[in-house]
Design a protein around this ligand. Structure first.
Ligand code: AQP
Length: 331
């Protein structure tokens, strides 16, 4: 059975991009594989964040995971910080990724570009090391991600190959990323050339927006003067983004979405996109509020941490032995 691992950073209110690119698909994996889904709270510290905001976002994310249909009997759901093996493995792996390759990571370049060197934390630079630790700790075969995280899975693969060559095949399991055919990169509604992102909330749809706000945002999404609904990312990024959102929500191809809206006026097209998003988000929000009210996420996270630790501690020991750390339980 394949091991599948993914996580989301609790850095802000979740967006429709996070939902379409990641959250919406997690539940499908629990039917075919052994699923580990975590709240990447250590990663959330890589840029300044208010402690109360971070804590609330983590709680919200746990509720979002459950509201999306993840079943805690089938999936292990936990916070990264509740399994100390993530940080311990990070301390070992940081010696096997190098300054040159880390400084080429797009996420690091984008997030640090407007910051002074004196304000860039080491954690932001070394983000891919911790992400590699997250993945290999569970011997994950598959890592479902949106497009922006592919590079980090690729550098994890480099690291795994490097470690296995040096310490023997099987020291770490080589992961593959899985990216959705439709919706791997949802763009901002106000500037469809940049990614919809929770920490840069311009043109975002948030998962907790009221349905009126969702409709208003979609109806006022930036488009173009050409007046034909067709997919052309280069010349019609706004319309292409809305077609992508519709296709991803309805689980159809871009071609099918294009065919459905052929001959539509922009206003009518946007109205149907808004209807589709609202039909998806309304029941999801209802379930989210029930979960927050009942606090059912707490025992789920406690049990999840226990199960995650069982696996993580075994991998950590395997790596500690491989690199030559003295095993005081065994000697
Ligand atoms: N716009 C997007 N379209 C499709 N997928 C997306 N993801 C994020 N934005 C989009 C996917 O959501 C998952 C969560 O990723 P993350 O929270 O670990 O970090 P991120 O990729 O950096 O997401 P954000 O929203 O942009 O967060 P901030 O602003 O904090 O950096 C990942 O699978 C990601 O690919």
């Amino acid at each position: 059975m394949a091991r599948i691992l993914s996580g989301i950073k609790p850095t802000g209110n979740l967006t429709l991009g996070n939902y379409i690119g990641a959250l919406k698909h997690f539940k499908d994996f629990q039917e075919t594989g052994e699923v580990f889904i975590f709240i990447a709270d250590l990663h959330a510290l890589t840029l300044p964040i208010d402690p109360t905001f971070l804590r609330n976002n983590s709680r919200d994310l746990a509720a979002f995971y459950l509201a999306s249909g993840l079943d805690p009997k089938k999936a292990t759901i936990f916070t990264q910080s509740s399994v100390p093996e993530h940080a311990e493995l990070n301390a070992i792996l940081q010696n096997y990724l190098y300054m040159g390759e880390l400084s080429r990571m797009t996420q690091f370049k984008e997030k640090s570009q407007h910051m002074k060197d004196s304000a860039i934390g080491l954690g932001l630079f070394a983000y891919p090391v911790l992400m590699a630790a997250d993945i290999v700790l569970y011997d994950a075969d598959i890592v479902p991600v949106g497009e922006d995280q592919v590079q980090h899975v690729e550098i994890t693969r480099d690291l795994v190959n490097r470690m296995n060559k040096r310490y023997g095949e099987g020291t770490l399991v080589l992961p593959n990323y899985k990216i959705n055919k439709v919706g791997a990169r949802i763009m901002s509604l106000s500037n469809p050339t940049v990614k919809m992102s929770k920490s840069d909330p311009k043109g975002d749809i948030f998962l907790l927006d009221s349905m009126d706000v969702v409709r208003k945002k979609i109806m006022s999404a930036v488009t173009d003067m050409d007046a034909t609904v067709r997919y052309d990312k280069e010349n019609k990024p706004g319309i292409s983004n809305l077609l992508t959102i519709y296709a991803a929500i309805k689980e159809i191809s871009i071609e099918e979405a294009e065919a459905k809206f052929a001959g539509y006026r922009y206003g009518d097209f946007k109205r149907e996109v808004a209807d589709a998003v609202i039909a998806e988000l309304e029941p999801f929000q209802k379930r989210y509020f029930e979960i927050i009210e009942s606090k059912e996420y707490l025992p789920v996270l406690q049990e999840g941490a226990k199960r995650a630790k069982e696996i993580a501690s075994k991998t950590l020991k395997r790596v500690q032995n491989a690199v030559g750390l003295l095993d005081i339980d065994d000697d």
